[in-house]
Design a protein around this ligand. Structure first.
Ligand SMILES: Cc1cc2nc3c(=O)[nH]c(=O)nc-3n(C[C@H](O)[C@H](O)[C@H](O)COP(=O)(O)OP(=O)(O)OC[C@H]3O[C@@H](n4cnc5c(N)ncnc54)[C@H](O)[C@@H]3O)c2cc1C
Length: 180
């Protein structure tokens, strides 16, 4: 990208913030136009990063899985830019069901994807009762599957990190006049 490239990025959610940051990091001139409407998905999102369980077609799955795998590199870039407060943590993911056989299709799906996406980490079948021992609010009889690579992120926090880092690299934030 030439240093003279100029971009207007529209939106104030995590996607616009990420686009703006990556462009600014490459030396582009960036103006971010935020609307600020209520109900933005970034503020509502649960922040679960566990695409390996989703019944997606190949292309969509690859996009989501590569997105999950991208986080460590992104966090390293943000840290270089002084932003470390994203709320990201690799905490593992727990899928539960009863009876235990109901988890067989999920276990088979995870197994079929494990080689191509090692970032999913270790996958462990949990006997009935084990999930409740790990997380007591769960019903005692539930069986589970533990996915070690599961993570969570605070959407608002990482969006704000991305916006601050973009601004630190000379991006300009502006607000449009659309109703809130
Ligand atoms: C309830 C819920 C739970 C979710 N849970 C998860 C989860 O666990 N894991 C996961 O990976 N994903 C989850 N998601 C999805 C995830 O939150 C979204 O994919 C992501 O936040 C989309 O970001 P975005 O920037 O595209 O959209 P948004 O965050 O909606 O941002 C859009 C932005 O565009 C602005 N805008 C709109 N129109 C204009 C305009 N004309 N001019 C300027 N600005 C404008 C808005 O003001 C807003 O700031 C969840 C979503 C929801 C709703």
């Amino acid at each position: 990208m030439g240093v003279s490239a100029r971009f207007i990025v529209v939106g104030g959610g995590v996607v616009a913030a990420s686009v703006a940051y990556h462009l600014a990091r490459r030396g582009a001139s960036v103006i971010i136009v935020e609307g600020g409407q209520r109900g933005a998905a970034t503020s509502a999102g649960a922040g679960i990063i566990c695409p390996w369980t989703a019944p997606l077609d190949d292309g969509w799955y690859r996009l989501c899985a590569e997105g999950a795998a991208y986080y460590p590199g992104l966090l390293a870039m943000l840290a270089e830019d002084g932003q470390t407060d994203s709320g990201y943590a690799r905490v593992g993911a727990l899928c539960v069901a009863s009876p235990a056989q109901a988890l067989r299709p999920l276990a088979a799906l995870l197994e079929s994807r494990r080689t191509s996406t090692p970032v999913m980490g270790e996958v462990t079948a949990l006997a009935p009762g084990e999930p409740a021992r790990m997380f007591p609010p769960l019903a005692a009889g539930l069986a589970g599957v533990w996915i070690g690579g599961g993570a969570r992120v605070d959407g608002r926090a990482i969006r704000d990190c991305l916006l601050r880092a973009a601004v630190a690299r000379a991006a300009v934030r502006a607000r449009n006049a659309s109703p809130g």
